[in-house]
Write a protein that binds this ligand. Structure first.
Ligand code: NAP
Length: 246
């Protein structure tokens, strides 16, 4: 039976991952900001077959609280077999361009808070010498684009941090998975004008995530075709790239 911690458990993608593990009888521990919604999600996961589901309030802005929250979760589950880090925000890039406060908020939630969480969890997992740490980054971190470079730079920091962490934790038997979704139809992208052909469903992304956790993949693009889309984008020479409106 797997012991699973999900951070940002009210996320649409995380919710679909949780459903898959619940169906296999996992023990789940959910962290999220909206405790009322967390309660409803927990009740649904119990019906779907989870052995147990516990919830605790978590605000990514409150870094001081992380240590205590994570110790409580670890004591309750006894071991982290899988930790999924899923919280994030996709702020308005245009508003960030004229606001230091809004820019730093995006960096704080998407990069600083994730890196702080990972630092604490990594040391817990080194002691247990097993488990998988799965982090949702984004294809947006592969190259800074004018349309979302604030979010993208935060995700790039997470991707690079995870790359180094993977090498460090590998020696302790702990696996680190970097997840790079493309565009996904979730509350995060609601109301945005995005090409419908490129929009994936959270169920599809969750299936890829669970599969990658089982296969102990290092980095996944989900859906798979984003690997090729991003490879094309990354290889455009800067002198042309800077003239493009991507
Ligand atoms: N959707 C996409 O196209 C896409 C693409 C690439 C990567 N991603 C990444 O996938 C992950 C999951 O996002 P999603 O698409 O599933 O969107 P979502 O449903 O909007 O989930 C975002 C989650 O982040 C949580 N969150 C935001 N600010 C928080 C804070 N201060 N403290 C605690 N939790 C906070 C939200 O909590 P509340 O429920 O309380 O708001 C929610 O659970 C994110 O890391 C996102 O960057 C998404």
């Amino acid at each position: 039976m797997l012991n699973i911690l999900i951070i940002g458990a009210t996320s649409a993608i995380a919710g679909e991952v949780a459903k898959r593990f619940a169906a296999e009888g996992a023990r789940l521990y959910l962290l999220g900001r909206n405790t009322e919604r967390l309660g409803r999600i927990a009740a649904d996961l119990r019906i779907r077959g989870a052995e147990s589901v516990q919830t605790t309030g978590f605000d990514a802005k409150d870094i001081e609280s992380y240590e205590q929250i994570l110790e409580k979760a670890h004591a309750s589950l006894e071991r982290f077999d899988v930790v999924l880090v899923a919280h994030g925000t996709l702020g308005d890039q245009k508003k960030c361009e004229t606001s230091v406060e809004k820019t730093l908020h995006e960096i704080q939630i998407n990069a600083v808070s994730t890196i702080a969480m990972l630092t604490i969890i990594a040391n817990m997992m080194v002691k247990q010498k097993c488990g998988t740490l799965a982090i949702i980054s984004s294809v947006a971190g592969d190259r800074g684009r004018p349309s979302n470079y604030v979010y993208g730079s935060a995700k790039a920091a997470v991707t690079t941090f995870c790359e180094g962490l993977r090498g460090r934790l590998f020696k302790s038997g702990v696996h680190v998975l970097t997840i790079k979704p493309g565009m996904v139809d979730t509350p995060m992208t609601e109301g945005m004008e995005l090409p419908p052909m490129l929009m994936a469903k959270p169920e599809q992304v969750a299936r890829d995530i669970v599969c990658a956790i089982r296969k102990k993949s290092d980095i996944i693009y989900t859906p798979w075709y984003w690997r090729y889309v991003m490879s094309g984008i990354v290889h455009i020479p800067e002198k042309f790239f800077k003239k493009m409106s991507l």
